[in-house]
Design a protein around this ligand. Structure first.
Ligand SMILES: [Zn+2]
Ligand SMILES: [Zn+2]
Length: 353
């Protein structure tokens, strides 16, 4: 007889660490407060927090956490490469690619004949900076739903990058300033630009250099990158400058000649947001599954039960129920409703994905 999933995996209250607690494994997935044993899906700051006693994650996620938190990344760091199966307490655990950012993983847990997949954040589109999402058939799938509404359908990312290059050609006397989140989006936009033939140096706000260097050391070449500091204004004419979203609207941007302000985010689908931010060139480039990808994924994993976390849960639950899947929204606290992780990278910006 199958036990209800809730008897062994469930959201933990923040006072007990938060995140998802896997009782027979003695660990929390993406806890929001320090715990003895954490399994971390990926490096975004609302999933990977400092201060846990022991941390299990992919080698890349651990490297990202060390880059950001130093010694506070965790007292004991245990790297687990994709595909390795580990026994932890009374469960087995395997990390498989989630296609979200470098090192991002779904956590596959097996316990007494039941298989649960906790997706963390994910997308299905090709991304030259990380391994592609892997479909793992399961009984219970725990899905994010950042863009869980039919209005969110992301166009091809290379088309959005082509619009940026069109803008460079159209405005040779202006700088192109694009707001990107430091982990994942920044490096993906750079790689997309390289694939589109842009081999000139790309100028970076100081907050972006560290993780770009780390990506390169982990085998993701990004081409020539130059800090956007100490240069005359004219040096930026006809050039592409990347900065955290909060910096594109503040004093920092005044060093640039009449910048065309862009932003690369799934939220750029919402015109009002782009306008509010003063974004002239909204680029819909997201590291989260869009509406179709969410539904395809729920179908592909063939789960009988679906739990939907941070995001817009209701619509996805409704569609899943129509597919004969038992679906419910999980009240997980500590994840930013708007942006997931990218927000926490950049508290000033409010949201983005
Ligand atoms: Zn998230
Ligand atoms: Zn994330």
């Amino acid at each position: 007889m199958q036990t209800a999933f809730e008897s062994w995996i469930h959201p933990a209250p923040p006072s007990e660490g938060g995140g998802l607690r896997v009782v027979p494994g003695g660990f929390h997935i993406d806890p929001i407060r320090p715990v003895d044993r954490a399994v971390i899906t990926h490096g975004h700051a609302d999933h990977a927090r400092p201060g846990n006693a022991s941390v299990l994650a992919t080698p890349e996620t651990l490297a990202i956490m060390r880059e950001r938190y130093g010694a506070a990344a965790g007292a004991t760091l245990q790297p687990s490469p994709y595909g390795e199966t580990l026994r932890i307490g009374d469960v087995t655990v395997r990390l498989v690619p989630a296609g979200h950012v470098l090192g991002s993983a779904q956590v596959v847990i097996e316990h007494r004949g039941q298989r649960v997949v906790v997706s963390g954040d994910y997308k299905r589109r090709a991304d030259p900076t990380c391994a592609p999402f892997e479909v793992v058939p399961c009984d219970l799938f725990v899905s994010e739903a950042t863009f869980g509404l039919p209005v969110f359908r992301h166009p091809p990312a290379d088309r959005e990058v082509a619009r940026l290059l069109d803008s460079v050609r159209l405005f040779p006397d202006r700088a192109q300033l694009v707001g990107v989140y430091a982990l994942g989006k920044c490096q993906r936009v750079i790689r997309l630009l390289r694939e589109a033939g842009w081999d000139a140096p790309i100028f970076l706000h100081g907050a972006l250099g560290g993780l770009c260097g780390l990506y390169e050391r982990l085998g993701v070449p990004l081409g020539p990158l130059v800090p956007a500091t100490g240069l005359p204004r004219d040096a930026f004419k006809g050039q592409i400058v990347l900065a955290p979203p909060s910096a594109t609207a503040d004093r920092w941007a005044r060093r640039l000649p009449d910048p065309v302000v862009g932003a690369a985010s799934g939220w750029m689908r919402v015109r009002q947001r782009a306008r509010q931010r003063g974004v002239e060139l909204p680029m819909i480039v997201s590291d989260h599954a869009d509406w179709d990808e969410l539904i395809d994924t729920v179908r592909d994993v063939g789960c009988g039960t679906l739990w939907v976390t941070h995001g817009r849960e209701e619509a996805l639950c409704h569609v899943a129920a129509g597919m004969g899947i038992e679906a419910r929204a999980l009240a997980l606290v500590g994840f930013d409703e708007e942006g997931q992780g990218e927000t926490a990278d950049d508290p000033g910006a409010g949201d983005a994905a």
